[in-house]
Design a binder for this molecule. Structure first.
Ligand code: ADP
Ligand code: ADP
Length: 234
């Protein structure tokens, strides 16, 4: 479960202060898929960076299963960050590594041994429907397949939260549907362990897979609730 409380991020553009996040709060329990939808400039990228602590929030808390990332320092922060698996718009794979080595990369970073890494990477590639592609290289795969690899890599450290940043914006409609089905199947496989947060500007993504949704405008959540009650206004 992820709990975000009164998250704020102020940027300085010359003399101007920009409140990119202006008091964002939300909760995503395990087993649930929550969407944050907003137009360009709403604060989506800033939210992703602050949730993963790639950028330090100005104030507020981001708790994963009760552990506040914003209060953690160095080693504790690195450990806590692994509780979030991040999937980008483009999978950002290493072209010179095999698919299996790409998926195993987060485990390599934390010193997991070679055999265990391979075993885990193979299991995850099977899970995302790429059981045969481990020895291929990213350039040999389609965009949808690369995105599956990105998802497998995000799952390598058994995260509690899977965070998707515009996961389908670079994909065609059919591939988009396949990736969305995969996201739902991952949640269904582990409903007690996995909270899913999808940040997107695409309404059809939210409508297709989210249980609940928050509408982000100007760094604030202006509406939030079950999909059916929020989306009828949109
Ligand atoms: P979105 O991803 O929804 O398009 P962003 O999070 O990129 O929105 O941006 C939200 C606001 O914060 C915008 O006004 C943007 O110009 C500003 N902003 C984002 N990042 C920075 C930054 N690094 N420095 C200054 N302003 C920023
Ligand atoms: P996205 O396409 O993901 O919404 P943006 O185009 O908003 O991303 O921003 C791209 C990068 O530029 C981000 O790292 C963001 O922090 C930075 N950025 C956005 N707006 C500004 C700004 N006004 N001043 C400085 N950096 C900015």
């Amino acid at each position: 479960m992820i709990t975000v409380t009164d998250l704020r991020k102020v940027y300085h553009q010359g003399k101007r202060e920009v409140r990119a996040l202006d008091g964002v709060s939300l909760t995503v329990p395990a087993g649930s898929i929550h969407g944050v939808i907003g137009h360009s400039g709403a604060g989506k990228s800033t939210l992703v960076r602050c949730l993963t602590m790639l950028d330090r929030p100005t104030s507020g808390a981001v708790e994963i299963n009760g552990v506040d990332l914003t209060a953690a320092r160095s080693d504790a922060l690195r450990t806590a960050r692994r509780r979030i698996g991040l999937v980008f718009q483009q999978a950002n794979l290493f072209d010179s590594r095999t698919i299996e080595a790409n998926v195993a990369y987060p485990l390599e970073l934390i010193g997991v041994g070679r055999e265990k890494r391979r075993e885990k990477a193979r299991e995850l590639l099977g899970l995302v429907g790429l059981g045969d592609a481990g020895n291929a290289y990213p350039a040999q795969l389609s965009g949808g397949m690369r995105q599956r690899v990105g998802i497998a890599r995000a799952l390598a450290t058994d995260p509690d939260v899977l965070l998707f940043d515009e996961p389908t914006s670079a994909l065609d409609p059919r591939t988009t549907d396949e990736i969305l089905d995969l996201i739902v199947s991952l949640r269904d496989r582990n409903p007690d362990d996995l909270a899913v947060l999808v940040i997107t500007h695409e309404m059809h993504v939210v409508k297709k897979i989210c249980d609940s949704v928050s509408l982000l405008e100007g760094g604030r959540i202006v509406e939030s609730g079950p999909l059916t009650s929020v989306v009828k206004h949109l």
